[in-house]
Design a binder for this molecule. Structure first.
Ligand code: SAH
Length: 343
């Protein structure tokens, strides 16, 4: 296997090309081709034939294949299942809003976080994705759908902070002016809040939006739902969120999937108010998506209403997330499980 050139930044390709005795500007040319979706060196028509041969020998390229594509009849949401070079598969969803098209990408095959309500984690972690593989989810979704992608959410399969270096590199690649040039402010990263890595993310001082999957404001409930909480707990997570906000000036949002009888009581709402106000966080309420293998049910409309009233009365910023693509298994991990029959 050759070097994964699609995971490299132009300056790294330049360095590599210098060793091959090629001028710097060639690196920029190759980078541009790659980030337009060209996956065959012979199609890079401004590159000389002898150089193309050298490139073929040194680097490897892969074109993701569509294993399945579902288009929602309700709202046009597209759900792709891509086959990776080793036969594994990842899900990508393209959603259309008034302000543009958003792609939801996966960053791992499977997940090791073990959240009790989530389908992505049922078979555990298979492997992390390379930066090039995450980039191709965005690029190939745009090429195949013909929809210009303006926003990215890292909310598919996998935990971004558990694949930290590759996710950071993906952000640099997709943000690059010579590549897709998607602005950091148009990118959101969702994390279960691995406290140990949160400060590393703050240190990068990126202008991305960070969503923390809180799902419960107290240790008892959160540790039951999310094993990632069992280490440092909610208090320390909240401290990390505060530091993140102070460092980057970017407001955090809390994801909160409403689960019947588990995290939707008055007690939870009041403590959530305290957590949200401490961080100045925006709360995203999500009616739980029912996953076949999981026992949890979404909160009843009555409980949701009462919960929302407590947030509203306390002046917490919140939104109730609109469900898109409910007819195309658009909840994380569901499509991969169905097609690949993961045990
Ligand atoms: N690992 C990251 C991103 C993955 S999932 C994280 O934990 O944030 C994106 C969001 O969907 C997370 O907030 C996750 O907790 C939530 N989610 C997972 N399963 C869900 C379900 N069945 N119903 C509603 N939200 C779910």
């Amino acid at each position: 296997m050759g070097i994964d050139i699609l995971s490299m930044l132009p300056e790294e390709i330049e360095k590599d090309f210098a060793e091959l005795g090629e001028p710097k500007y060639r690196a920029g040319q190759v980078f541009s081709w790659l980030h337009k979706g060209v996956r065959d060196f012979d199609k890079m028509t401004n590159i000389s034939k002898p150089l193309r041969e050298k490139l073929k020998e040194r680097y490897s390229l892969h074109e993701p294949k569509i294993l399945s594509k579902q288009v929602s009849e309700v709202d046009g949401t597209i759900k792709y299942l891509w086959e990776l070079k080793d036969g594994n598969a990842v899900e990508t969803v393209v959603m259309s809003y008034e302000y543009g098209n958003t792609v939801c990408v996966s960053c791992q095959v499977g997940c090791r976080q073990g959240c009790a309500f989530c389908a992505s984690t049922i078979g555990g972690l298979v492997r992390s994705l390379e930066p090039s593989e995450i980039l191709d989810e965005v690029l190939y979704s745009q090429l195949d759908s013909g929809k210009h992608i303006s926003n990215i959410v890292l909310m598919g399969i996998g935990e971004p902070l558990d694949n930290f270096d590759n996710v950071m590199r993906f952000l640099e690649l997709v943000n690059h002016p010579k590549g897709m040039n998607i602005g950091m402010r148009h990118i959101s990263l969702s994390t279960c809040g691995i406290t140990e890595r949160f400060d590393d993310l703050a240190d990068r001082d990126l202008q991305i939006t960070v969503a923390v999957s809180l799902h419960a404001p107290d240790d008892e409930t959160r540790s039951r739902l999310m094993p990632a909480n069992r280490g440092r707990g909610v208090e320390q997570l909240i401290e990390s969120c505060k530091r993140y906000y102070e460092r980057t000036g970017r407001r955090i949002s809390f994801e909160y999937a409403m689960i019947d009888g588990v995290n939707d009581t008055e007690y939870h709402a009041k403590l959530l108010v305290k957590r949200a106000l401490a961080v100045g966080a925006h709360v995203n309420l999500i009616p739980l998506n029912h996953v076949e293998e999981r026992e949890f049910k979404p909160s009843t409309p009555g409980h949701m209403k009462a919960f929302i009233k407590i947030l509203e009365d306390a002046g917490v910023n919140y939104t109730v997330r609109r469900k898109l693509g409910s007819d195309v298994d658009a909840s994380c991990g569901q499509l991969r499980r169905k097609i690949q029959k993961i045990k």
